[in-house]
Design a protein around this ligand. Structure first.
Ligand code: 705
Ligand code: MG
Length: 214
């Protein structure tokens, strides 16, 4: 039977990237998605913005909602200081299986915990089951209508602290209007928009950075 796009992305990584070299894995995925097949990775235009925010925060505990193939997982994990942890949530087992292999190819499996399941079930388990006090950084890149409910769930579970940085992908395309309205109007957040382009295209898209004020 025909392979899936994530399987073809994994093959591109295995054929073109050097084991243990995260930069070569990122480049292999970007080249494949630019020249062969588009895929919904944050990509090489928005990616450097993600990198700069992660580097600025230098999180001890980071959370990613929506692993997909692990492209942004690797972008984040490669910048983390020793001893820090990135938890990434993915509820599609086929995508999770591919992401595990791509994260391992980049040599970043020791910094990343890929948790299989829906965010609404896993977020309430973060304190007891995963020993998380609070997150320093959250990257939102899963189903767009879940950005807002999951942000509220993180607040309710006490997983955000004064200064936690939320960074949301796709706030223009496909768009996350309810989330944007919330973080831009809530007195609990200080928000700003980083204009860029939808991955591998000239279409406008951008990232919204929101600092939780407690
Ligand atoms: C219970 C649902 C909410 N909770 C969830 N918990 C755990 N994992 C979840 C998840 N939702 C979705 N996921 C996973 O995240 C990923 C979903 C990402 C959704 N992303 C998009 O739709 C998206 C779409 C585009 C896009 C833009 C323009 C266009 F023409 C076509 C697509 C661009 C992007 O950058 C995107 O991120 C998948 O791997 C999915 O299995
Ligand atoms: Mg995205």
């Amino acid at each position: 039977t025909r392979s899936t796009r994530p399987q073809r992305i994994l093959k591109a990584v295995q054929n073109n990237a050097t084991r243990g070299d995260a930069e070569s894995v990122i480049a292999a995925i970007d080249n494949f998605c630019r020249k062969k097949e588009w895929a919904m990775n944050v990509g090489d235009d928005k990616g450097p913005i993600l990198d700069s925010v992660v580097s600025e925060v230098s999180p001890s505990f980071a959370l990613e909602l929506g692993t997909y193939c692990g492209y942004s997982t690797i972008r984040i994990a490669r910048l983390l200081p020793p001893g820090s942890r990135l938890l990434t949530l993915e509820f599609n087992p086929d995508y999770a299986a591919i992401a595990h292999q791509i994260i391992a190819w980049a040599g970043l499996q020791d910094k990343v915990e890929l948790l299989e399941g829906p965010s609404r079930d896993l977020i309430p388990q973060m304190k007891e089951r995963f020993g998380i006090k609070s997150f320093d950084f959250v990257f939102l890149d899963h189903w767009k209508e879940f950005y807002l409910p999951d942000t509220k769930l993180l607040e309710e579970c006490g997983l955000l602290r004064k200064g936690t940085v939320l960074l949301a992908d796709n706030v223009i395309c496909p768009g996350t209007p309810k989330y944007l309205e919330y973080v831009r109007n809530s007195p609990c957040y200080e928000s700003c928009y980083f204009k860029s382009h939808l991955e591998y295209t000239k279409v406008e898209d951008g990232l919204e950075k929101s600092v939780f004020l407690g």
